[in-house]
Write a protein that binds this ligand. Sequence first.
Ligand SMILES: Nc1ncnc2c1ncn2[C@@H]1O[C@H](COP(=O)(O)OP(=O)(O)OP(=O)(O)O)[C@@H](O)[C@H]1O
Length: 653
Amino acid sequence: MSLFLVNRYLAEEEDGSASKETRSQLLLAKLQQKAKEKQQRSLMERPSKGQTSQQQKRKKRKPEGSHESPQHKKRKTQAVPLCAPDSDIPNKLVKKKKTHESAKDRAMTTETEEVEQGTNPGGDEAEVEKDTSKQTNAVSTEFTVLGGFENKAIQKVHRVLPQWLAQPDVIHKDIKSNLVPIASITGLAPQLIRKLQNNGIQHFFPVQAEVIPAILESTEQGLLVGRGGYKPRDICVSAPTGSGKTLAFVIPVIQMRFHPQALMERVVCEVRALAVLPTKELAQQVCTVFTSYAEGTGLKVVMLAGQKSFAAEQTSLSELRGGRRRSLADIVVATPGRLVDHINKNSGLCLGHLRFLVMDEADRMVDSMHQLWLSHVVKAVHTPPNGAEGRAIFRRTEPVHVTAASLSPPQMPLQKLLFSATLTQNPEKLQQLGLHQPRLFSSIHAQPNSTPAAPGLAPDGFDFPQGLTEYYVPCTLSNKPLLILHFILRMKLIPILCFTNSRETAHRLFLLVQLFGGVHAAEFSSRLSPGDRKKTLKEFEQGKVQLLISTDAAARGIDINGVKCVVNYDAPQFVRTYIHRIGRTARAGKSGLAFTFLFRVQEKRFLQMVQQAGSPGIQKQLIKPQSLQSMEARYEQTLQELASVLKDEKAKY
Ligand SMILES: Nc1ncnc2c1ncn2[C@@H]1O[C@H](COP(=O)(O)OP(=O)(O)OP(=O)(O)O)[C@@H](O)[C@H]1O
């Protein structure tokens, strides 16, 4: 029975003589008395409103980290009289206690109350301290505030990159001291080696020496299966501007022609490689390189970038022979918009045999993913080629999870090859590309737990060309045009590729320089027709144009031989733009100069941006006002002439 015995605490009055009723009355009276006392105490302790706000203000003014030291706390604890239960609380002490509102100090206050109420009678200092934490909220009649208000530094979120992004195959940065003789790359056809030599190439640059063998390895077993019968890994390459990325994909694609089981014995011409580039000019440039290396191999290169009419492009893609459509292209170089047009209009572009999908300037192509060009390509790739519906060898299904069933029967693989000088490390963006077990080649090695940079800036920095020297030139709005004239007329820094942030600025500057005289200038922007742009680039390359004033239309990928100097007339807003612009000089291991004109207000942000991007250093280049003085009179006159020219132009359009 003792198991079920419940002992109740009946207080000191329990003497056995009192009746049950009397006992409860006594207990109630005692509790009421206690409650009354407690209420009185709390009324006494509660400071006036004015006092509280003053105290709070004082607390606010207290600098961060000025919390009491443990010694101070100890001293305060010692000041607490360890008095007997129910003794009156000295007002002085109460006031002192209430001036501190932090969680710690609240604890102190409560502790004092408890001590004075006798919950810790005769306890020593250590005990008082120990009990503090337990009784923090025990007596307070106010709301208990959960959590602290201490200012804590916001913890940085550490980005964890997937293994393939965090640990890339490293490409040497220094081109000149890491040249690899072309003959040392195994697997290249003698015809191709001869072609390289004829084009003046004796050595491969580091990016080519790393990437070409990797792509060739994936075609070892022919074009229909990857290494070991598996689908080959997609390849991503991030290497500086002018490091030779174009040849890194052109050579393996041309080598297909010489593969014993591949195009060498091909009876039927099919589109095996498709290179997609963001602009017409870039597509033209890459098409020229493909054509040059395809010459004499029988491979046909076709460009779909809107340079020709749609019908003309269609004619170059395929022909009708014996009632069947036959491909006339082995390699297609295209811009995304025109490519999608051809796919949608069923113009005769068959991608059913596509083996390589090259995305040059891949980060820009990822940004233009909203155009959904890639999904159109992937769909076209998985559409069985005419007449091959039943043949298992050509069977292709949309990518799914790798399972035993999905791998059997083997599919003709599509391998994606991505190239950029500023390849995004954002896994979310890369995920849109549906890469298959990607392998990254990079000249920058990101740490697995590297911290991301500020929004809009490079995540971990980029690699800059070795031979590049960067300067910034402090300027004002009025002396900017004079500075560029000074660069050409006095410093003789020609040819100059000068970038502005808008086509209007490019046009005005072009007119101004022309009106000033003494400089052969040209503009390059969307104001010009594609034909005029092509002509202008050619003239600039030939040295007929000393100053090419361009928008960002020429910032990416354009390879103009002999550009010694790039001037950012308008400071670029984004670090990627800066890297691509200045990358038009110091190409292929050569040296080059890059100047950026900066207003005083732009300096701090810009220099920070460049530093975070991984620039080896940007120097200040001051141009003394005296150096510009002699040009000022003519400049004033030119400005007036410019105003009337612009007025006339406005009237015309
Ligand atoms: N192995 C080589 N030997 C000599 N010159 C080369 C070699 N490879 C490439 N080049 C030259 O280097 C220049 C830059 O090459 P390319 O245009 O491919 O650079 P890139 O890395 O694509 O630059 P960007 O990122 O600006 O597009 C070109 O003029 C090219 O002809």
